[in-house]
Design a protein around this ligand. Structure first.
Ligand SMILES: NC(=O)c1ccc[n+]([C@@H]2O[C@H](COP(=O)([O-])OP(=O)(O)OC[C@H]3O[C@@H](n4cnc5c(N)ncnc54)[C@H](OP(=O)(O)O)[C@@H]3O)[C@@H](O)[C@H]2O)c1
Length: 251
């Protein structure tokens, strides 16, 4: 049976890397995003129907439910969900000045969106039957789930919240054989880090990460591929750091 993956925010950056890898591995891939761009359009054409774009705004519950129904109509089932879509605040602002608008913008997409997308897809997965493939949900959070950046508190809170989304759904869905994981990327070269890339170049040069380089979307995609393997079958609720060793404390 062909496996079906749903990747949110699959049009660019880390999500696109995940879509490409899953397609290469034989998944049918539903790529959810707000708009098409030439990169994803090229892959869709090459895939001859195995990768499809489905328009969705993860910040809207109605849009999430419509998109999930559309994925099921299109491919018949969902075996793997990757909750990758996410935003940084439009402006970095000290936590003494965070606006309620920015807080809602970031939390609605990153946390509420991840929660309700997981809920919607879990309800699809629960009613399916499986052969060797194990249904899985993978949440993309960030090192910001535990590292303080006082100029983007709303982002850190949204990613810390994803930690509990992972724990809760791992606990609740284990009885259905659905396994849930969280990937915590470090600093990854994408549009999201473009504006602050000089700062990170310097920090990497100065040894911020034991593995002295930027991360790339394919570093995250490789771990999605590992986690989606049926060889990973007696673990759930786990967090995998994909951060060049940033989480290691030094004395
Ligand atoms: N880059 C890093 O260093 C880094 C580090 C840690 C964690 N992360 C996390 O990794 C994930 C991907 O980040 P990235 O660096 O690849 O970001 P990116 O290059 O900015 O891409 C973000 C993706 O999310 C989609 N998206 C944003 N808001 C959406 C919405 N409301 N509805 C549907 N799709 C939406 C975008 O679609 P459009 O093209 O339609 O805008 C795009 O495909 C995010 O959750 C981010 O927080 C990134």
């Amino acid at each position: 049976m062909t496996k079906v993956a749903l990747v949110t925010g699959g049009t660019r950056g880390i999500g696109f890397g995940i879509v490409e890898t899953l397609y290469d591995e034989g998944f049918l891939v539903a790529c959810l995003g707000r708009k098409l761009n030439p990169t994803i359009e090229t892959l869709i054409k090459k895939s001859k129907g195995n990768v499809k774009f489905i328009e969705a705004d993860i910040g809207s519950i109605e849009s999430i439910n419509t998109a999930v129904n559309k994925v099921v109509e299109t491919f018949g089932r969902i075996d793997l969900l990757v909750n990758n879509a996410g935003v940084a605040p439009k402006e970095r602002n000290d936590i003494l000045k965070t606006t309620p608008e920015s807080f809602d913008f970031v939390l609605d997409i990153n946390l509420k969106g991840t929660y309700f997308m997981t809920q919607a897809v879990a309800n699809v997965m629960i009613n399916q039957t499986y052969d060797v493939f194990i249904p899985k949900i993978i949440n993309v959070s960030s090192l910001s789930a535990y590292a303080s950046s006082t100029n983007r508190g709303e982002y850190c809170i949204s990613k810390a919240g994803i930690g509990m989304v992972t724990t809760l759904f791992a606990d609740r869905l284990a009885e259905y054989g659905i396994l849930v994981y969280e990937i915590r990327p470090g600093v990854i070269k994408t549009d999201m880090t473009e504006k602050v890339s000089e700062k990170y170049d310097k920090q990497i040069e100065n040894g911020l990460f034991p593995i002295k380089r930027w991360g790339y979307p394919e570093d995250i995609a490789g771990v999605v591929s590992l986690l989606s393997s049926p060889k990973m079958r007696y673990s759930t609720g786990d967090i995998i750091n994909v951060d060049g060793g940033y989480h290691i404390r030094r004395l």
